[in-house]
Design a protein around this ligand. Structure first.
Ligand SMILES: Nc1ncnc2c1ncn2[C@@H]1O[C@H](COP(=O)(O)OP(=O)(O)OP(=O)(O)O)[C@@H](O)[C@H]1O
Ligand SMILES: [Mg+2]
Length: 356
């Protein structure tokens, strides 16, 4: 189980001085609206008069959401439909805040989501950004993310599951609970599976405490579809079903470019061609995991570059040489040993090693 923290310095400016119930200091202290009915509207102290006018852009700037969205655009390749859904959610919440300033009543929108897609398509990464965005918009008090799988929620014996699930929920309050491979919570063949208990607790919290917690269920698309079919209650509580498509080869090349630039490496032009060839092959092999496979491939290229530099033992090594990945650093990958892989029916060793 991992609990990525929001990035340092991401504490949002308190956008408007709208008061949600009991909120008399900065965000992050569990401030929230008392219920979903918007009944605290009258107690908002600096409610705008009905004839007031607000400037949308400057309100948007005040919450710094544009920053998060721009960073999402810059740092994540492709994912156009995902990015536009996130923008829509950002717009919805901004307008919600503006309405609240005028004292227009409405319940807070439901924001539980499902993220479907193959491994390495950016689901976890985007969920983290989502947590940050929702925090900036004042929807989530803390904006951290607690990432779990079945084993973190479901117990082994009677009476074990509820406390386990509740403990996780407690840690996630004020942030995002990210349930990876959520379908493992439900075992069709076993009605008395303890996972059912977790599902029931989640359903309740998703309904009654949506002010405090956003649940994101993630996993493969077909298995999630089945899960929702078997659990209509869960499906009906999910407001946004967001699908993360597989990356194209060109997108993966761009992902590599971004990752290399962050680490101050670059591919020579021959290495770039070799890497495209590498991807063509790797994408057809088992356990291909999109951007994660790119990350792993680059890590290994980095190892080979280092081994090559040390073996060459040049006396005139320069800064540029230390930054450059050469074609040889890519071509020594076992992905190019097609023959051995096809003969044994096994994927090359490095694809097996390719963990998270
Ligand atoms: N669009 C992208 N642009 C740049 N890097 C990306 C992109 N998508 C994913 N990555 C990188 O790829 C790696 C894997 O992404 P992430 O863990 O978010 O995928 P995931 O969908 O959660 O995978 P899994 O289903 O296996 O958990 C991370 O290092 C992430 O930074
Ligand atoms: Mg993930």
């Amino acid at each position: 189980m991992s609990e990525p923290e929001p990035e340092p310095g991401s504490e949002p400016a308190r956008p408007f001085s709208i008061r949600r119930d009991g909120d008399d200091n900065a965000a992050g202290d569990g401030a929230r609206a008392p219920d979903a009915s918007g009944s605290d509207a009258e107690t908002v102290p600096d409610r705008l008069p009905d004839d007031a006018l607000v400037d949308v852009r400057s309100e948007q700037e005040a919450v710094h959401t544009q920053e998060v969205l721009d960073r999402l655009d810059r740092e994540l390749v492709g994912l156009v439909p995902v990015k536009s859904r996130i923008r829509e959610i950002g717009d919805l919440l901004l307008v919600d805040r503006l309405r609240e300033r005028f004292g227009i009543e409405s319940s807070r929108p439901t924001l539980h989501m499902s993220f479907t897609g193959s491994p390495g398509t950016g689901k976890t990464t985007v969920a983290l950004r989502m947590a940050e965005l929702l925090h900036r918009l004042g929807y989530l008090a803390k904006g951290h993310m607690v990432s779990v799988t079945r084993d973190d929620l479901v117990g082994q014996y009677i009476g074990h599951t509820a406390p386990k699930t509740k403990e996780v929920l407690k840690r996630a309050m004020g942030g995002v609970l990210f349930v990876d491979e959520a379908y493992y919570l439900y075992r069709q063949e076993n009605e008395r599976d303890y996972g059912q208990e977790t599902i029931e607790i989640l359903l309740q919290v998703m309904e009654n405490q949506r002010e405090d917690l956003v649940v994101i269920l993630a996993g493969y698309k077909d298995r999630m579809d089945e899960f929702f079919q078997s659990n209509p209650g869960m499906s009906s509580r999910i407001a946004h079903h967001i699908h993360f498509p597989d990356y194209t080869r060109d997108e993966l090349v761009q992902v590599a470019g971004l990752m290399l630039a962050q680490q101050h490496y670059e591919l020579s032009s021959e290495a770039e061609t070799a890497f495209e060839d590498y991807l063509e092959r790797r994408m057809r092999q088992p356990r291909f995991a999109n951007a994660r496979s790119v990350r792993n491939a680059l890590e290994r290229a980095r190892l080979r570059q280092a081994a090559r530099i040390v073996a060459e033992a040049r006396t005139d090594l320069g800064k540029a040489d230390l930054m450059q990945i050469e074609a040889a650093d890519i071509l020594r990958s076992r992905v190019f040993d097609d023959d051995s892989a096809t003969c044994t029916g096994e994927p090359p060793q490095e694809t097996i090693d390719e963990g998270a």
